[in-house]
Design a binder for this molecule. Structure first.
Ligand code: GLN
Length: 548
């Protein structure tokens, strides 16, 4: 029978529930168990696809095209649990489904209510992965205990222990034990209150994971245990990691978490095999090189807006035993102050995906700088589209070239709407999304990086390279090195006479793991290292026009 672990959060948000859940997943997998990961989000949006990165960080895309919460990125980086649209439910999705059923008359005249109809829908979402091949489903409940909007989720997980048996459900509550400088003490009261609130709605946590900046003494743990009604061994410390989030699983294991879970759920598990993870930490702690990479985007100030990009860059560094210093550069600042000013000294420039006109000219200036100074460049989705625009403007002489996303009247629409997108007006869930195959041109940097000529990568965009400009751009030296299998869509471009200039229409960052760095990120960091170790090449390619 499939067992369930529910991870809730208390006291404050941003405690790292996603990372903790992912770490639990990794620990259980390392003991030979088959795990599925899932996140329930209490907001009313049907998915985060239409939410601003300022509010919600990046939108994480799965193979099946689902647009999901960024915590699913942690799940995929830490575990091998396959994720699907059932891995992320929002309140909006749950209500939409119940309301659709009501409209179809499926409730046969009943009054449709939060309990039982919404809670039943939540329970069936939680149980979608149950089956003989799955040992444990880990469900993370978004939000903080005490929020009005997460109540139906908490009620549903309470009911599940009646439906499935208390012994088959484990409640883990992640809480904060703050250190008060003035008092010189760690404070357990917020944790007591948060657990008190959970118990009021009928959920007695089995395990408390306490986020703290200082180690808890045995007495402090005993106090939490007593007031929160859990055994002492179930008060697990999760101290802030100064170095890397990838340290979390090992430290939770050292504090006995996986043993406790295995025992409490009566799981048949082996000893943890974490040599690969320890080796990874070793490489992270002892880098032999350093590179500096500028990520130029309009959400530079937001830590989570390009989360997977930042992670994938670090993974690329791991492939070369290099630590990657990421400089988050605001594209509007580049527009105002110039690329020279903000990018001097970097070993590589990456322009990530994005939507909307703000900061576009700054991204194009940054690309111009990287291209003409022969600095390794990696353009992702919008980054590739901007690279094509930059090339058309300054190498092909089409000064007004643009994407129709930003200038619908441009005389040179080098990037234009996908045909299938032209009639679509709804914004939610309507882009070209999810995994698509591409075929690569042999003897290119991209093919060398992948070591394969057929790949599959995740997409999320409405616009694409305009095939009417293929001939002109390639005649001027841009190489199309990856296309859709029927050849109709340009997926990857390169500049062969540049040390490393690659633009991809997809999002490789979503498939990078610390133990399996994405080949393009690894190759990009390799090129950045090479750039750092040699004197920069000639300042400007002769065919270039000045960048405005
Ligand atoms: N805005 C562009 C498009 O829709 C790029 C999208 C992206 O970078 N994800 O095609």
């Amino acid at each position: 029978m499939t067992k369930h672990i529910f991870v809730t959060g208390g006291v404050v948000s941003s405690l790292g529930k996603g990372l903790t859940s992912a770490s639990i997943g990794l620990l259980l997998e390392s003991r030979g168990l088959v795990v599925r990961m899932q996140k329930l989000d209490p907001y009313l949006n049907v998915d985060p696809g239409t939410m601003s990165p300022y509010q919600h960080g990046e939108v994480y895309v799965l193979d099946d095209g689902s647009e999901t919460d960024l915590d699913l990125g942690h799940y995929e980086r830490f575990t091998s649990s396959p994720l699907t649209r059932d891995s992320n439910y929002t309140t909006g999705q749950i209500y939409l489904s119940v309301i659709n059923k009501e409209r179809r008359g499926e409730f046969l005249g009943q009054t449709v209510q939060v309990i039982p109809h919404i809670t039943n829908e939540i329970k069936s979402a939680i149980c979608t992965f149950d089956g003989p091949g799955v040992d444990v489903v880990i469900t993370e409940i978004g939000g903080t205990v005490g929020d009005i909007e997460s109540l139906p989720f908490l009620e549903a997980i309470r009911q599940l222990s009646l439906d499935l048996g208390r012994e088959n459900c484990l409640y883990i509550h992640l809480t904060l034990v703050p250190y008060l400088k003035a008092a010189g003490e760690l404070k357990t009261k917020p944790t007591q209150h948060s657990v008190g609130q959970l118990r009021q709605i009928g959920v007695q946590p089995d395990i408390l994971i306490c986020r703290t900046e200082r180690s808890l003494t045995r007495d402090e743990r005993a106090k939490i245990a007593l007031f929160c009604n859990v055994p002492l061994e179930a008060v697990i410390e999760e101290k802030d990691k100064e170095f890397s989030v990838y340290e979390v699983p090992i430290s939770l294991m050292e504090n006995g978490l996986d043993d406790l879970i295995v025992r409490k759920l009566g799981l048949k598990a082996g000893e943890p095999k974490l040599d690969h993870w320890r080796a990874l930490l070793d490489r992270l702690r002892n880098p032999k090189h350093e590179v500096s990479i500028a990520v130029v985007g309009k959400y530079a100030e937001h830590r989570d807006a390009y989360k997977s990009i930042y992670e994938a860059l670090h993974h690329g560094g791991l492939a070369h035993s290099a630590s990657v210093r990421i400089q988050r550069v605001h594209s509007e600042a580049v527009q105002r102050e110039g690329a020279e000013q903000l990018l001097a000294g970097v070993d590589g420039v990456l322009v990530p995906g994005g939507f909307g006109e703000r900061g576009i000219e700054g991204k194009i200036q940054a690309i111009h700088y990287a291209r003409t100074r022969r600095i390794p460049f990696f353009g992702i989705c919008l980054g590739m589209q901007c690279a094509v625009t930059e090339f058309a403007r300054h190498v092909c002489g089409l000064a007004q070239a643009n994407s129709t996303e930003f200038d619908s009247q441009t005389p040179y629409p080098v990037i234009c709407l996908l045909d299938e997108q032209k009639k679509i007006t709804d914004k939610g869930g309507t882009m070209r999304r999810g995994a698509y195959p591409a075929v690569l041109t042999p003897n290119t940097r991209t093919a060398a990086a992948y070591g394969a000529l057929e790949i599959s990568e995740r997409h999320r965009h409405r616009f694409e390279f305009n095939n009417e400009y293929r001939q002109l751009l390639t005649a001027h030296g841009l190489q199309i090195v990856g296309v859709s299998p029927d050849g109709s869509l340009v997926e990857i471009i390169e500049l062969p006479d540049h040390p490393w200039f690659v633009g991809v229409q997809f999002h490789p960052e979503f498939k990078s793991q610390p133990i399996r760095p994405h080949p393009l990120f690894a190759a990009f960091i390799g090129a950045a290292l090479a750039y750092r170790n040699t004197s920069p090449g000639p300042p400007a390619a002769p065919k270039s026009l000045p960048c405005p």
